[in-house]
Design a protein around this ligand. Structure first.
Ligand SMILES: *[C@@H]1O[C@H](CO)[C@@H](O)[C@H](O)[C@H]1NC(C)=O
Ligand SMILES: *[C@@H]1O[C@H](CO)[C@@H](O)[C@H](O)[C@H]1NC(C)=O
Ligand SMILES: *[C@@H]1O[C@H](CO)[C@@H](O)[C@H](O)[C@H]1NC(C)=O
Ligand SMILES: *[C@@H]1O[C@H](CO)[C@@H](O)[C@H](O)[C@H]1NC(C)=O
Ligand SMILES: *[C@@H]1O[C@H](CO)[C@@H](O)[C@H](O)[C@H]1NC(C)=O
Ligand SMILES: *[C@@H]1O[C@H](CO)[C@@H](O)[C@H](O)[C@H]1NC(C)=O
Ligand SMILES: *[C@@H]1O[C@H](CO)[C@@H](O)[C@H](O)[C@H]1NC(C)=O
Ligand SMILES: *[C@@H]1O[C@H](CO)[C@@H](O)[C@H](O)[C@H]1NC(C)=O
Ligand SMILES: *[C@@H]1O[C@H](CO)[C@@H](O)[C@H](O)[C@H]1NC(C)=O
Ligand SMILES: *[C@@H]1O[C@H](CO)[C@@H](O)[C@H](O)[C@H]1NC(C)=O
Length: 822
């Protein structure tokens, strides 16, 4: 391969093609002056992390010089050299050093397709070396340190550890991440991640102009709006601002973890980590959280829907401009009208003028124009009178009209009522003709017949079950019960299962013999409508680790909720009291921790509106017949909207599990649940209440001692419930103890999200040693009567001295009667 002579090259390539179909590699990490790279040849970095060669992503026929992760089995490209100038034949192209530059040449006509393009005074002995960090460096000889050119300065869509996202103050230029055009085309896409040096934050821009997301400023630890991107976990983030440039950079604490940060074709930044055992990229977090928050994701005349797949659809009367692009998840081309407007059609008769299709509950398109009118009718005719007007909206005396393309539309779901109605202009021919009207009539007749039939069946079924007409399904699958039915089912509320912050719970049996738990709510002063709305929202939340709501009763001030019955009761009864000499073994405890985390992660992250539980404690973790954990009582404290940080006015929750921010009175976020969960993990480990009063009246606070053992790397077995006789998986104990400590950090930004807790407990994420939560220390300093648990006291004590076995959360006498003094 030491020649540039065409003939020799052709012969050797011919030879290559027939003798070696498989991977041929230089076996080196360097391209030097006398070497070229062509066809299937590659170079591999010294430690085998990265490989560089020709590659066609997806099934495209275009080839690119790509760098990919050598150790990742599904080929994942990290960098592309010639992203905007593909080649069609990898055998007639070579990558080589020419005049001190790395150049991609077409061997037929010697034309340069791509070049590193730098001007260097002495182009002698320049070599290109692929580093183990994924940096392709051009330098003068092996011993030179200063690179002449490096791929880190020209990132494509992946931000590798050690490279920068930067703003150069001298040249006024950005070094940014840019998405691919689609999943198999690495050419420059519409979305880019930029540095806003003025505010030390990131921005995501659409087409270099429209900013639709910001990370919030960097405070040295986190970005204010992306707490998950904290430095503590696996990254070491740093921000540098000097007279020449500003930039962010990060390193992985553990360089053997393969983690990448990308600007995805979805318009979201994503952090993914490679999992060798499952052979897939695991999504760690992505921003913006919702696909429809990405500006103009569905293109012109497309509408985004967060709830149904695919996210993008064309408006009525429109179809995708390029189906091929849509098939590759590139919706940016948008939609085109299938019929001309009547006003654009010279053949149209007057009486068939354009009409408007009503789209209720929409996020309105960008760039409206206001028109001063007095009524909806005037608004409509003002749009109709100009042929380039494509839509209007009329809301509270405001008339908005749009000319030309409609972008950034979103169909809002459900009943959140924040949307507006858009009137889309369409040719009259798009509206149903006489024939389809008839179809609608027929449809309606058939439809009502079916409804009638269903009603009859329901009535008969209900009769058969001798439920005197008072049990009717409402929204979703919830059943509205009559008070008398529940009175009967619970034998006049005779079998009490427990009490909680919101009322007592009774066991009941429905006429079809299903056993249920009926919660009698106390002091609910919500209006009927609000109550039903909230209950039906709770009813839609279903997850294997959440207790399912089956129905409710609302008659005057009698408000009851009907849940699935959990045979094994609540966690506290297993943990703090011995049941027939049975102790929950370690495996089950771990599964309970994991299941609870999954349930909470679902509440926090996966359902439409974020729900903060506000009262996580063993009493609210129920166990089904197989001891699978289910979180109870969620959604009752308060349903809070999409903005995470809204102050809860009513303070709920149980002392001892309460995060410090409850006491300091700042806004409560989902991280308050994380704190309570962490406190509960300590109890799961030790099998006893976190705070106990000993005979001499001193209060022991277990987490203080436990955290110091974890932080100092002490013997974790000493923390374990003595009844387990040291039978616990050491690795699981280490994970759970560290997670617990992270969860109870004072600064909520340092606590993991429940999603991360799940991943850590699943073994997917590594967890670093936690710092000691400061307030635990202060706690000690301020309360002299509190003593540390000592190793001996924890392993000798016989029965836990919990003085409250009731499940009444609002009182919670024993649990940290100490914390309220601060
Ligand atoms: C290519 O050049 C390097 C020095 O630049 C030399 O060490 C190496 O032996 C040469 N390889 C071939 C195949 O000529
Ligand atoms: C490429 O094509 C093959 C068959 O033609 C198909 O099985 C495979 O899923 C395609 N891969 C991608 C990434 O589209
Ligand atoms: C290199 O410079 C040429 C001419 O100035 C330009 O056409 C080409 O796009 C540049 N290539 C790169 C990779 O910047
Ligand atoms: C940053 O500040 C400078 C001057 O203060 C201003 O000209 C520039 O537009 C600002 N950039 C951004 C992105 O706000
Ligand atoms: C992006 O911006 C450029 C000019 O700034 C414009 O020509 C192009 O049409 C825009 N792309 C889209 C998809 O709107
Ligand atoms: C974090 O990164 C900085 C450089 O950006 C480095 O000096 C420091 O040692 C790193 N810390 C750790 C713990 O890796
Ligand atoms: C900024 O650039 C100048 C000129 O290249 C250089 O001398 C100086 O050291 C740079 N400053 C920093 C902080 O890197
Ligand atoms: C897009 O995908 C659909 C279904 O997968 C297929 O029928 C259609 O032919 C595709 N269209 C194009 C242009 O690739
Ligand atoms: C329609 O509205 C556009 C945009 O405001 C304007 O430029 C155009 O002159 C209007 N056409 C008529 C016929 O009024
Ligand atoms: C009408 O629009 C203006 C400007 O867009 C806005 O400030 C005002 O609140 C709107 N009025 C109503 C009643 O929505």
């Amino acid at each position: 391969m030491a020649t540039r002579d065409n003939l020799t090259l052709t012969i050797s390539l011919f030879f290559l093609c027939f003798s070696l179909n498989t991977h041929l590699s230089h076996g080196a990490d360097t391209i030097s002056a006398n070497q070229t790279l062509s066809g299937d040849q590659t170079i591999v970095s010294a430690g085998g992390n990265f490989e560089l060669g020709f590659y066609n992503p997806g099934n495209s026929s275009s080839y690119y010089i790509c760098m990919w992760y050598k150790k990742v089995s599904t080929r994942t490209v990290a960098w592309v050299a010639n992203r905007d100038s593909p080649i069609s034949d990898k055998y007639s192209s070579v990558l080589m050093i020419r005049d001190g530059n790395l150049v991609l040449l077409n061997t037929q006509n010697q034309i340069s397709i791509w070049s590193t393009n730098h001007t260097h005074p002495s182009p002698i002995s320049v070599i290109a070396v692929l580093g183990d960090d994924g940096n392709l460096v051009l330098k003068e000889g092996f011993n030179s340190i200063e690179p002449i050119w490096q791929s880190f300065d020209y990132p494509s869509h992946t931000w590798l550890p050690g490279s920068k996202i930067a703003y150069n103050k001298r040249t006024n230029t950005h070094q940014r991440l840019t998405s691919w055009k689609n999943i198999e085309d690495p050419s420059t896409g519409l979305f880019s991640l930029n540095l806003d040096a003025n505010n030390s934050q990131y921005l995501i821009m659409w087409n270099g102009s429209e900013q639709y997301w910001t990370s919030g400023p960097w405070n040295g630890q986190i970005f204010s709006l992306v707490p998950e991107m904290r430095a503590n976990y696996i990254y070491n983030f740093s921000y540098v601002d000097n007279e020449n440039e500003s930039y962010f950079m990060y390193y992985l604490y553990n360089p053997s973890i393969i983690s990448r940060f990308i600007m995805d074709v979805s318009g979201q930044v994503k952090q993914l980590t490679w999992l060798e055992n499952t052979k897939e990229w695991n999504l760690f977090w992505s921003q913006p959280r919702q696909q429809c928050e990405v500006y103009a994701f569905c293109g012109a005349f497309g509408t985004c829907n967060q709830i149904i797949q695919p996210f993008c659809n064309c408006l009525r009367g429109f179809s995708p401009k390029s189906m091929a692009d849509w098939n590759l998840s590139d919706y940016s081309g948008g939609c085109a009208r299938t019929n001309l407007f009547q006003c654009e059609n010279p053949m149209a008769s007057n009486k068939d003028s354009d009409r408007f299709w009503e789209y209720p509950n929409m996020r309105l398109p960008e760039h409206p124009q206001s028109v001063a009118v007095n009524s909806a009718t005037e608004c409509k005719s003002s749009c109709l009178s100009n042929c380039s007007c494509t839509a209007y909206a009329y809301d509270s005396d405001n008339c908005s009209v749009w000319f030309g393309e409609l972008v950034n539309l979103q169909q809002l779901g459900g009943n959140d009522g924040s949307g507006s109605t858009l009137y889309l202009r369409l040719a009259a021919s798009e509206f149903s003709s006489a024939k389809s009207n008839k179809e609608i009539v027929i449809g309606a007749v058939v439809g009502s017949a079916v409804v009638l039939l269903v009603l009859v069946v329901i009535v008969i079924w209900t009769r058969q079950r001798r439920l005197v007409g008072s049990m009717k399904p409402v929204e979703g699958s919830l059943i509205a019960f009559g008070y008398r039915d529940l009175q009967t089912a619970t034998k006049n509320f005779s079998e009490k299962l427990g009490g909680g912050g919101f009322g007592s719970v009774f066991k009941g049996t429905l006429p079809d013999s299903t056993v249920v738990a009926v919660k009698k709510l106390e002091s609910i002063n919500q209006g009927e409508k609000q109550f039903r709305t909230e209950v039906s929202t709770i009813g839609t939340i279903q997850h294997v680790n959440l207790v399912r709501l089956r129905g409710f009763c609302s008659e005057g001030n009698k408000k009851l909720l009907v849940y699935d019955y959990m045979q094994n009761g609540s966690l506290d009864s297993h943990l703090f009291q011995e049941k027939d000499g049975k102790v929950l073994d370690w495996k089950i405890r771990y599964q309970i921790a994991l299941g609870t985390a999954r349930g909470l992660a679902y509440l926090h992250e996966k359902c439409r509106d974020c729900i903060i539980h506000c009262d996580i404690k063993p009493e609210n973790i129920l166990l089904d017949v197989e001891l699978c954990s289910k979180v109870a009582d969620f959604g009752l404290a308060k349903l809070i909207g999409r903005e995470f940080s809204r102050v809860l006015t009513t303070m709920r929750g149980t002392r001892g599990y309460l995060a410090p921010e409850w006491i300091s009175g700042v806004a409560i976020t989902a991280k308050a649940d994380v704190y309570s969960y962490g406190m509960m993990l300590f109890e799961l480990i030790s099998g006893r209440r976190n705070s106990e009063q000993s005979e001499d009246g001193k209060v022991k606070f277990f987490p203080t001692w436990a955290a110091s053992v974890v932080v100092e790397g002490g013997n974790l077995i000493s923390l374990l419930d003595y009844r387990l006789g040291e039978n616990a998986d050491a690795e699981e104990l280490r994970r759970i103890a560290r997670v617990a400590c992270w969860c109870i950090q004072d600064d909520e930004n340092n606590r993991p999200t429940m999603g991360q807790v799940v991943q850590i407990l699943e073994g997917v994420l590594e967890v670093n040693p936690p710092p000691l939560p400061q307030s635990l220390q202060i706690f000690i300093d301020n309360h002299e009567h509190i003593v540390f648990f000592t190793e001996s006291s924890s392993s000798q004590s016989s029965q836990p001295q919990s003085n409250s076995r009731s499940t009444d959360s609002s009182q919670a006498k024993s649990t940290a009667s100490t914390s309220n003094k601060s």
